[in-house]
Design a protein around this ligand. Structure first.
Ligand SMILES: *Cc1c(COP(=O)(O)O)cnc(C)c1O
Length: 249
């Protein structure tokens, strides 16, 4: 049987091979393990295999899991609950975020990748507790104009990025995208290239950005070839979410 640890190694090798093929340092690409729909035990298995950064899509499920893992880790490490650094995990919120749910995200997660409106960023800035490190953000860009779902349009990105970068308690780090599903590698690659070019434009405009959050289980190699610094990988590590739902019924 393949385990989470085995699949993690395979994904790490895919990232490293793609980076080398693109003439990039494999260490410049970090792996975010997307644990949505999987329970705390699956996360703990990945932690035991060396993974430290996890991505969640749903506020309550994600925040509950962060708490569960903190408790498990503290018990395992035999650490004092007042020792804030003990758990050593990094949590990224990557799903759609509504304004009535920002408070829990602001104080539970280390990163939010899905900012596409100023109002959400303003609330996070207001609600992030002062004793916590600045919340790191990516702006989600709609790189597939024809079927627009989430993400700011490329034409509106500049204004939003400059406004978000000026907010307190936050640190704007870069851009994120989820291209439309496509079997055509050239289409996906063009979407990732667009995100990279938009980022370069913002950097030329004076914003200090270093993060391109792009690529998932199916298209890790294409995203790394176009400059991804964080790939968000779920099913290739934890298994097929649809089959999981079917077997749990
Ligand atoms: C679910 C999800 C992923 C991971 O997708 P896989 O295809 O399972 O690797 C990455 N990013 C976002 C925003 C997601 O919602």
């Amino acid at each position: 049987m393949t385990t989470i640890a085995d699949r993690l190694r395979v994904v790490e090798q895919r990232i490293a091979a793609a980076a080398r093929a693109a003439g990039r340092d494999p260490a410049a690409v970090s792996l975010l393990a997307v644990s949505k729909t999987w329970g705390p035990d699956a996360v703990r298995e990945a932690v035991a295999a060396g993974q430290r950064a996890f991505g969640e899509n749903y506020v309550q499920e994600g925040a509950d899991k962060v708490e569960a893992l903190r408790a498990m880790r503290l018990a395992e490490l035999g650490a004092d609950e007042r020792e804030p650094a003990a758990p050593g995990l990094e949590w990224h919120f990557i799903g759609p975020l509504q304004s009535n749910k920002t408070r829990r995200v602001a104080n539970t997660f280390d990163w939010v990748h899905s900012i596409d409106r100023l109002k959400i960023a303003e609330r996070l800035a207001e609600q992030r507790a002062a004793h916590l490190a600045p919340l790191k953000l990516c702006i989600q860009v709609n790189v597939s104009a024809e079927d627009s779902k989430s993400g700011v349009a490329p034409e509106q990105l500049g204004a939003l990025a400059h406004a978000v970068a000026a907010l307190p308690r936050l640190q704007l780090r870069g851009l994120m995208c989820i291209p439309e599903p496509s079997a055509d590698a050239a289409v996906l690659r063009a979407r990732f290239a667009l995100l990279r070019e938009l980022q370069a434009g913002l950097v030329a405009d004076g914003l200090a950005l270093d993060t391109l959050s792009m690529g998932m289980s199916q298209d890790i190699e294409l995203a790394v070839a176009e400059g991804a610094t964080i790939v968000r990988v779920g099913s290739a590590i934890f298994g097929d979410r649809n089959r999981q739902a079917a077997t749990e019924k």
